[in-house]
Design a binder for this molecule. Structure first.
Ligand code: SAH
Ligand code: SF4
Length: 347
């Protein structure tokens, strides 16, 4: 069986080359072709001998995602990509540009998601499969080559639950951080999780500088268990203890995401309760108005209610900001991914 090199570390490429009798420094050349220049064929690796390129052709493969569609938002610097995987399934990846020059790619880690949050489009069809590390990394490489943008940040916030695909997610973060790859700083990468406590603890032990974002959405267990079913397995007290330990172990401030749904979790007393829950933890709250998903009955609160909620959290002593909508008009906003193809809306 030929070995798939996209997703391999430099050391693994070195091991793959050993039987071919090649010196180790060749591996570095090849890794750069793979992760910096995103070549799709060994014959494009022009600083390798013709003979080596032919032998690599037999011994190894280069998996690349294929862009099936792209849509650019009319009102902000957001571009959504529909990407075909080698097995015919599809995922979505979003590029977000900011006025200060940041360019952030929001990557998917799974096809679908098995966590069943009641307000999320991705969860509606369940989990289809995990992505490989190569498939996660190649989303960033593809966006970079399609747009010629220098990617400064990566957020693991697209389709899927990153910590339910732990090994591939961590491998992808390390490859994106590698000097022979895009070399994106760990502090410029954020992993968003629904709250899988054992994996948060495991991540803390890796002692990386990754930013952790935890999707909270409710200030009490009863409501959170309704919205986020995994809360029944790891309730708030356990989740918050794990995030505190993550912050202690890494020195990194944890972010909590709170998607506001009108009449569900946006009352004043819920904002105050949230502040009580998080005060003293040094955490930051991102308040995100719920983005409409076809077939789901939640309502988006009015803008003033969103700002009021964040203000009440701040008054309770916890830092909080409103995350502005991006890409809503192209269905590229949080929680809107993957319903598009079924609806046939993607341009
Ligand atoms: N599975 C991970 C990461 C992907 S979801 C997680 O749940 O954190 C990324 C973020 O989008 C999460 O905070 C999630 O709660 C939020 N989200 C899901 N559906 C949404 C919607 N319809 N509107 C706004 N945010 C949504
Ligand atoms: Fe999965 Fe995150 Fe959507 Fe929940 S919010 S169903 S964990 S993708």
């Amino acid at each position: 069986m030929p070995i798939e090199l996209v997703g391999c570390t430099l050391e693994e490429i070195e091991s793959a080359l050993a039987p071919l009798g090649e010196p180790r420094y060749r591996a570095l050349q090849i890794a750069r072709w793979i992760y910096q220049r995103r070549v799709a064929h060994f014959n494009e690796m022009t600083d390798l001998s013709q003979q080596l390129r032919e032998r690599l052709e037999e011994a190894a493969t280069l998996m690349r995602l294929r862009m099936a569609a792209r849509s650019d938002a009319p009102n902000d610097l957001t571009t959504k990509f529909l990407l075909d995987l080698p097995d015919g399934l599809a995922i979505e990846t979003v590029l977000m540009g900011f006025d200060d020059g940041r360019r952030s790619v929001c990557v998917s880690t799974q096809v679908g998601c098995g966590m069943g949050c009641t307000f999320c489009a991705t969860g509606m069809a369940g989990l289809v499969r995990n992505l490989t590390a190569g498939e996660i990394v190649d989303q960033v490489l593809l966006v970079r080559s399609e747009t010629d943008e220098r990617i400064t940040h990566v957020v693991f916030m697209g389709m899927g639950e990153p910590l339910a695909n732990y090994d591939a997610t961590l491998r992808a973060a390390r490859l994106l951080n590698a000097p022979y790859g895009p070399n994106i700083g760990m502090r410029h990468m954020t992993i968003s999780t629904v709250g899988l406590v054992p994996q948060i603890r495991r991540l803390a032990e890796e002692r990386l500088q990754l930013t952790l974002a935890v999707s909270l959405h409710a200030p009490d267990d009863e409501l959170r268990s309704q919205l986020v079913p995994v809360n029944r397995r790891w309730p708030l007290a356990e989740l918050l203890a794990a995030t505190r330990d993550y912050a202690d172990a890494t020195g990194r401030r944890v972010t909590f995401e709170y998607v506001l749904m009108h009449g569900v979790n946006d009352r004043d007393d819920q904002a105050r309760q949230l502040a009580v829950l998080l005060s003293g933890s040094g955490a930051h709250v991102n308040v995100i108005p719920w983005n409409p998903v076809h077939g789901l009955q939640y309502a988006r609160p009015p803008v003033h209610a969103v700002h009021r909620f964040a203000a009440l959290v701040r008054r309770g002593g916890v830092s909080a900001t409103v995350r502005l909508d991006r890409g809503v008009d192209i269905q590229a906003a949080c929680g809107q991914l993957q319903r598009i193809r079924a609806a046939g809306v993607l341009a």
